[in-house]
Write a protein that binds this ligand. Structure first.
Ligand code: ZN
Length: 1055
């Protein structure tokens, strides 16, 4: 007898529970229905994304059987026919129906619109030749094939007439002759490469510059062929394979082979499938292509976080998030969304298990706001055993009187005030009214227990500390800062809806000694107090140092007017640094509040005081065992200072204006342990760099931020957080302390197994961040995320995210370089990558020739990012790079989120001029192209951005009219490369370009410095460093060379 069907509501509940991370067994127990029924409901929902009853056979088709058959026949005859064409032809025979009806009928017959494979056009004669070739070689021994050096040329990029074309076909019929779109050799103007390999491995790879002809081909052979044969140990009597295009068969080429005594394999025409090298080309994907594909597939869509283990769109894709029980990918992103069940599997694949958490990420206005939940005097409800906070993974039982913790399984009593009845599906009646039950991210109001010394927190304070030594006065920096602060202080951060900011402000100037200012509103004039004993720092005044800007505006403006003049005649060039930070901490301590120091500093602190530094820049150390010392902070003074800052909730933002080495590794140390940032403006000139610096300062002062934060990541049983990377401080192994955390700072958390994970319950994590708001309230920000677990490694590889992986690799490599030689760090990186990819090959890919490079889909472009990472300043080890620049990049990357590392390691190269309309710019921000010199054109104009720098590259043959409209000068030669902003001219070209530049600047956390670069000019060097697919300027392989290298490494792992 058939069991009674469950109501839709029951089925909904089953799905809800499943989405919340519960397994079949638990759902079955909670709802008292058989496990098999639960399974059936979930399966159906997984397949159809609905719990509704599926339509029964339904009403008779509008189309006659005859017309239906005709449709299928038409499609079979002409696979490239479009739906519109089909609709028209059906209408002609009197059956007028909608397009969807037609496509439904075709789907029923297994015909789907699919991308046509690109294959050369085969004539019958070609087929016959192939067959002849195959039969004539049937008797060949494997040893004979081992002697063959295969070669081919290929286009790396698909564009122009290589665009996708859709055809109607059934699965697995991609290679049928009617289906592929014919391709013609030499089509389009894209880049070509030549490469070769044998059964022993890959040989040389060569980029073909310009059009390939016989002479060029011979040069390539000359330079690569013999050497490849030697590398691959083919011996003298190897057989060379090439295809039959004319330049290969040219008389002079054939003579070349003859002279070199090279035997050439006879080869049938138009038969690439016979050549195993085709398999290698397939794996060459470009990052831009992957980005574009994801944007096309998922761009503009709503991403609903209701599913466990769901892989979000790429960081580069535009999407809208709807929070339905898991944190938005803006807050948390993972290296993989399916963890392996056991530690053994994790070890085997070597894919790092990590989450990158950006707790204060900016959320667009149209997405779920951060609700604040108040559980009253007793504070937020937490599990008694593991202390996890109330969240969607808690399962209510016993009529609502108890709940079982999803993290540790402990059964807790529901406090009386929180009791709520369950509906007949076991869901609390108030489910949708309570963010902590239905959302992935929300906040709790914290009680006094969560405050320091059980006293309510105070609003934070911002202290501006200006180095008034000779260099800063002379450059005009001091005046610039003081002038800016007069208006900037009106924009201090405030709570939504608040009339003014509660953040207090204070001012210090310094050189060898420190000057504090009393700016109490009651004063007619600001008062200065000097502290010259920098060994024992103290704050000479309490009342009147930290004030409300609105109240003290007159006194403060008075002070800001006076400061540049007070020190106008200074000769003092020595400065202190550690005592400045110490003074800031002491001031906050005295005021019992947290806050941030904005330090504007120019030189290495050489004055006699704690934290005095020596110049220790030594290029001779590069590429030696001791290179790491260049990046280790110098003195214990700074380590202690970081601790003091963190325990007071004092974040340090350092604005540096060096004209020579300042030891950023040491000076930036406190900033990068207190959730702060280091900004660097080398050889600062007010006229040139002033605007760039001021926009950084504005963004920094105004941005959303939390203070005195402590973060804890809880996990369900079986795994736990073991390592943390970020602008953080760790006093023990679990609590991540951050003096402050702003909207751009991310913490990368690594996880390890300590038991077996179950596929049924998955892997749950909860990030809880306790912090003080800018108005002085103590809050808890909670982010929950549930991942899948699988005993199949293929699931893990399917759910990987390259951008998150590379974030983890960058941070862990940059940390490792403090303790290990760069060479070792790089070897470890490549090794781990090769292991990851080899394990996929071994366990997940279908069997194929060893020579074939096979990468998991989700990691197709991982090598290009990894290669780029290996070429970054910190890891490259070149004496041509400044030590400070390298240290700076190392420190800034530590706190980056996935968006920032993605852009840093694969900059956007944006073509501004369309090829055929040379004289006008594109309207919207154009689609970026591959980051390679190959894409630059003499008549072109390109923007390149990586989040830190923005270059405007001008081709030599850039039309003068364009130069005139943008720069207001007659020719390229007149354009000054010292420009840091574009002139504001009243013409469409100038307006378009400026609006593109502005929109890029707007999207990035810091204001990028704009640099004008002319083709073949000295200024091009800086720019070329960022063309990450090319050979590195300071060492490092091109993408293709690196791919071959990785391929070799993978094969080594496999043998
Ligand atoms: Zn618990």
């Amino acid at each position: 007898m058939k069991n009674k069907e469950h109501t839709r509501q029951v089925r909904d509940t089953v799905v809800k529970k499943f989405k919340a991370g519960f397994g079949y067994k638990k759902i079955s127990q909670a709802l008292n229905i058989p496990k098999s029924t639960v399974q059936a409901i979930i399966l159906k929902w997984k397949e159809y994304q609905t719990t509704a009853n599926l339509p029964r056979p339904g009403r008779p088709s509008k189309l006659s059987a005859h017309t239906r058959r005709r449709l299928i026949r038409d499609v079979a005859k002409r696979p490239m026919i479009t739906l519109d064409e089909l609709q028209r032809s059906t209408a002609e025979v009197g059956d007028s129906v909608h397009r969807t009806t037609i496509s439904r009928i075709l789907h029923k017959s297994g015909l789907y619109g699919r991308v046509a494979r690109r294959k050369p056009f085969l004539k019958n004669i070609h087929k016959k030749c192939c067959l002849k070739f195959a039969t004539s070689h049937l008797g060949d021994t494997p040893n004979m094939w081992k002697k063959v050096l295969w070669s081919d040329e290929t286009k790396i990029e698909l564009f122009g007439n290589n665009a996708k074309c859709y055809v109607w076909r059934k699965s697995n019929t991609a290679h049928h002759p009617e289906h592929p779109t014919p391709t013609v050799k030499h089509g389009g103007g894209s880049i070509m490469v030549w490469a070769c390999f044998s059964s022993a491995g890959t040989g040389k790879m060569n980029k073909i510059d310009g059009k390939m002809d016989g002479a060029k081909y011979r040069t390539i052979l000359e330079e690569n062929l013999m050497e490849s044969a030697k590398d691959l140990r083919l011996g003298r009597r190897f057989v060379f394979q090439q295809d039959n295009i004319p330049k290969h068969k040219a008389k002079s080429t054939m003579e070349w082979f003859k002279n070199k005594h090279i035997q050439v394999l006879e080869w049938p025409s138009q038969s690439p499938d016979l050549n195993p090298i085709e398999n290698l080309w397939k794996e060459l994907k470009t990052a831009t292509q992957v980005i574009e594909d994801d944007q096309a597939k998922r761009g503009g869509q709503v991403y609903t976080t209701n599913l466990r283990g769901q892989v979000p769109p790429l960081v580069t894709t535009d999407y809208t998030v709807q929070d339905q029980g898991n944190a938005s990918p803006r807050f948390m992103r993972c290296t993989t969304y399916s963890f392996p069940c056991t530690a053994d599997l994790a070890k085997q694949c070597q894919v790092p298990l990590a989450t990158i958490i950006k707790p204060f990420a900016t959320v667009p206005k149209n997405e779920t706001p951060m609700y604040v939940v108040n559980h009253g005097e007793t504070g937020p409800i937490r599990c008694n055993r593991c202390k996890a906070y109330m969240c969607p993974y808690m399962q209510f039982t016993d009529g609502g009187r108890r709940y079982q913790c999803g993290f540790c399984n402990c059964v807790n009593e529901v406090p009386a005030f929180y009791f709520q009845h369950l509906d007949h599906m076991g869901k609390r009646v108030d489910f949708y009214e309570r963010p902590e039950l239905s959302l992935g991210s929300y906040e709790f109001a914290a009680t006094l227990d969560y405050c320091k010394n059980n006293k309510p927190a105070s609003p934070p304070a911002y202290i501006f500390m200006i180095d008034v030594s000779y260099a800063n006065i002379k450059s005009g920096l001091v005046r610039l800062v003081c002038d800016e602060l007069k208006t900037l202080l009106d924009n201090l951060p405030r709570e939504d809806g608040a009339e003014s900011s509660m953040v207090k402000v204070g001012f210090v100037t310094y050189n060898k000694i420190l000057h504090f200012y009393n700016v109490k509103s009651a004063l007619a004039q600001p008062q200065m107090m000097v502290v010259s004993d920098t060994a024992e720092m103290f704050v000479p005044l309490l009342d009147g140092f930290l004030v409300n800007f609105q109240e003290s505006r007159a006194v403060i403006n008075n002070l800001l007017d006076q400061i540049p003049d007070m020190f106008a005649d200074t000769n003092e060039s020595e400065t202190v640094f550690a005592p400045v930070i110490q003074a800031g901490v002491e001031a906050l301590k005295a005021a019992e509040c947290s806050g941030k120091l904005f330090i504007f500093h120019s030189s290495i602190p050489t004055a006699e005081a704690p934290g005095k530094l020596k110049n220790r820049d030594d290029k001779k150390l590069i590429n030696t065992e001791k290179e790491k010392t260049l990046f280790q902070p110098q003195k214990a003074v700074y380590e202690q200072l970081s601790k003091d800052c963190v325990s007071q909730g004092c974040s340090v933002d350092l604005f540096l204006f060096p004209s020579q080495y300042v030891d950023i590794a040491t000076m930036g140390d406190v900033a990068t342990h207190t959730g702060g940032s280091v900004f660097k403006y080398s050889n600062f000139q007010v006229e040139r760099d002033g605007q760039h610096f001021l926009s950084d300062l504005r963004k920094d002062v105004e941005k959303a931020i939390g203070f005195d934060a402590i973060m804890r990541v809880r996990t369900s049983t079986g795994f736990r957080a073991t390592d943390f990377f970020g602008a953080i401080h760790m006093n023990n192994t679990t609590d991540v302390e951050m003096a402050a955390v702003d909207c751009d700072k991310a913490v990368t958390v690594e996880f390890k197994h300590d038991d077996t994970l179950s596929e049924e319950t998955g892997a749950l994590m909860q990030c809880a961040l306790l912090y003080t708001t800018i108005s002085g309230q103590r809050r808890l920000r909670i982010h929950n995320l549930s991942l899948n677990c699988s005993a199949q490694l293929s699931e893990l590889y399917k759910s990987c995210e390259t951008d998150a992986l590379i974030n983890f690799f960058a941070k862990s490599a940059y940390r490792a370089m403090l303790n290990q030689p760069l060479k070792t760090v790089k070897e470890i990186l490549v090794n781990q990558a090769a292991h990851m990819l080899a394990c996929y090959r071994k366990n997940c890919a279908s069997p194929s020739a060893a020579s074939q490079l096979i990468l998991p889909d989700a990691m197709k472009v991982f090598p290009v990012y990894l290669n780029s990472l290996l070429k970054t300043g910190p890891l490259v080890g070149s004496a041509e790079l400044s030590t400070d620049d390298r240290a700076h990049q190392r420190l800034s990357t530590t706190a980056m989120g996935v968006e920032d590392t993605q852009l840093l390691l694969y900059p956007r190269l944006i073509p501004l001029v369309r090829q055929h309309t040379r004289h006008s710019l594109l309207d919207v921000v154009p689609t970026p192209v591959r980051c390679s010199e190959e894409r630059l054109t003499d008549a072109g104009m390109f923007l390149l951005e990586n989040g830190c720098s923005l270059f405007l590259w001008l081709g030599q043959a850039c039309p003068p009219e364009m130069i005139q409209s943008i720069f207001n000068v007659p020719s390229l030669a007149h354009v000054s490369i010292d420009l840091r902003s574009l002139p504001e001219l009243d013409n469409p070209q100038s307006q378009k370009l400026r609006s593109i530049v502005d929109s890029l600047l707007d999207q990035r956390p810091s204001s990028m410095k704009l640099m004008i670069v002319k083709q073949k000019d000295r200024s091009e060097i800086m720019f070329r460093q960022h063309l990450v697919e090319d050979k590195g300027l300071h060492g490092g392989a091109s993408y293709m060379d690196f791919l071959c290298y990785v391929h070799r490494e993978i094969r080594q792992v496999l043998t």
